[in-house]
Design a protein around this ligand. Structure first.
Ligand code: PLP
Length: 351
């Protein structure tokens, strides 16, 4: 720490992203990326495009916003694009949160962003079965952040419950973070037409094999989008670089390919859940591209460490009532077969 750091950041704890180890090849099931490569048409989208970098990109991201508007059945004025959905979460909290509330077990970035901006927040405990109780969110007098499906549990909240929460907090923005929505949950995007306080956030990182490009987007009422633009233009107007922009446009043009990949992940997920339960794991019902599972034969941390030794990387969160769980990203069928085999070997050694 330098002597120059401002008082308010001295005790501030930054977000810890999942490991991206460079030392060896792991079966990488720890940060919910897509295991699938891009189709030929998309692979070629950057060919000869290096000179794009001579100039600034289009700060309005017009072409991509139009394509997303068409895909999601809204107007381009209802779409905001920025450098990953984390970027958008940050803008949204900056713009709209006087106070905030979110579940006690959810995306770890929410409390960090609130702390960054000195915003007080309340953590609302999930029920015993790790589901959200919509009644707990009534008239909160705070911005509400809900990941749907939730992370790291994978559990989805129904649209009725979402609508209830949105309609019972009309004086505040309710942000539904749909980073994993393409893996089986229902999107709240249609409700944007009915509620001016709803903001839906999505990303190209998980379902569209583009985590490295950093492209996220939000769908909301036009006035909310204008507010987000104001913040973006005041921090980093060119937050989508030309390369990522070109890739995201090509990916949007091939949307069916990626949605078909999601179907594959869903099938593999269901197979993985069955296998893990057969081995005595307690596995939450997931609508995401990961499962959250624990065994009573081995602690969460020990399983995480033993898997890592053997080249399988999963995500473990220490502390509280999720300490014995691991979050396991769904990879290809082959990766999951291999990983389950490794889990079985480790469990055998515990007997
Ligand atoms: C991965 C993730 C994000 C961030 O996605 P990026 O677009 O890569 O920044 C946001 N919310 C949740 C719940 C996530 O899991």
């Amino acid at each position: 720490m330098s002597t120059f750091l401002k008082e308010e950041y001295k005790t501030f704890e930054a977000y810890t992203p999942g490991e991206q180890p460079q030392d060896m090849q792991y079966i990488k099931l720890n940060t919910n990326e897509a295991p699938f490569a891009h189709p030929e048409a998309v692979k070629r989208c950057l060919d000869g495009k290096i000179d794009l970098l001579c100039r600034y990109p289009d700060p309005t991201v017009k072409v991509l916003r139009e394509k997303l508007a068409a895909l999601y059945g809204v107007n381009k004025e209802n779409v905001f694009v920025s450098n990953g959905s984390d970027d958008i979460l940050n803008f949204a909290v900056m713009a709209f949160a006087k106070k905030a509330c979110f579940a006690d077990i959810t995306y770890g970035f929410y409390p960090v962003v609130c702390d960054l901006h000195g915003i007080e927040y309340e953590k609302i405990p999930l029920k015993e079965d790790f589901t959200i109780c919509a009644d707990d969110y009534k008239n909160k007098d705070a911005m509400i952040l809900i990941a749907n499906p939730n992370a790291p549990t994978g559990i989805a909240l129904g649209l009725d419950d979402i609508e209830k929460i949105v309609s019972e907090n009309k004086d505040n923005v309710v942000l539904i973070d749909e980073a994993y929505v393409d893996f089986g949950a229902k999107s709240a995007k249609e409700l944007v037409k009915k509620y001016k306080n709803l903001m839906v956030c999505m990303t190209f990182s998980k379902s569209r094999s583009l985590a490295g490009a950093r492209v996220g987007f939000a769908i909301a009422d036009e006035e909310i989008i204008k507010d987000l633009e104001k913040i973006k233009y005041s921090t980093n107007p060119y937050s989508i670089n030309s390369m990522s922009y070109a890739c995201a446009v090509a990916v949007a043009d091939n949307n069916d390919y990626y949605m078909n990949n999601c179907e594959k992940i869903i099938k593999t997920r269901e197979k993985t859940v069955t296998e893990l339960r057969k081995k005595g794991f307690f596995v939450l019902d997931s609508k995401a591209n990961f499962v959250f599972a624990k065994s009573d034969k081995i602690s969460g941390e020990e399983l995480y460490l033993k898997l890592k030794e053997r080249g399988v990387l999963v995500r473990h969160f220490s502390g509280g009532r999720i300490k014995d769980f691991n979050r396991i990203t769904i990879g290809t069928d082959e990766q999951m077969d291999e990983s389950i085999k490794t889990v079985n070997e480790i469990l055998k050694e515990c007997e």
